[in-house]
Design a binder for this molecule. Structure first.
Ligand code: OFO
Length: 166
């Protein structure tokens, strides 16, 4: 059985994952109407889908453990961006927030001696290592590329195959 504090914190995480999914959906939609960003578009549609999977996983866990997962209302995410750089800066910023939130949850699960939740959260801990790394690498690449058009062309072409250095 989940404690009240854990249930509340897990539900907050449901909201965060749903907001991530919305934020990346907005990035995908913005990229889709820019010329030549087909790769970036697909990348963010896929990121958005993954965040929804993260959300669902939490919902199922909360309910399976005798809690009640509450589906949250969502604010509108950022929908327009001054540049591709800005999109990826936001992506990294967002993932860092998610990591912080997961870390707080892990901390709480230990405080509450909820080892099942602690165990469940390890999947998210590992996922965040990957996501943060991806976001950092892509930001570094964009910084190197600057305004170089052929660099941006290759960035867009390669991003769909980018899975991180593992
Ligand atoms: Fe990338 O945020 Fe979910 O876990």
């Amino acid at each position: 059985m989940l404690s009240k504090a854990i249930q509340e914190a897990l539900n907050k995480q449901v909201q965060m994952e749903a907001e991530s999914s919305q934020a990346y959906l907005a990035m995908a939609s913005w990229a889709e109407i820019q010329p030549g960003l087909e790769g970036v578009t697909e990348f963010f549609y896929k990121q958005s889908d993954e965040e929804r999977v993260h959300e669902l996983k939490l919902i199922r866990f909360i309910n399976e453990r005798g809690g009640f997962a509450t589906i949250p209302p969502l604010p509108q995410p950022m929908i327009t961006f001054q540049s591709l750089r800005r999109v990826f800066e936001e992506f990294l910023k967002h993932e860092l927030q998610v990591s912080n939130s997961i870390n707080d949850l892990v901390h709480l699960s230990l405080q509450e001696k909820d080892y099942a939740t602690h165990n469940f959260l390890q999947w998210y801990v590992n996922e965040q290592i990957e996501e943060e790394r991806t976001a950092r690498v892509l930001n570094d690449k964009l910084e190197l590329i600057g305004d170089d058009k052929s660099g941006l062309y290759l960035f867009d072409r390669d991003i769909m195959n980018y899975r991180g250095p593992n």
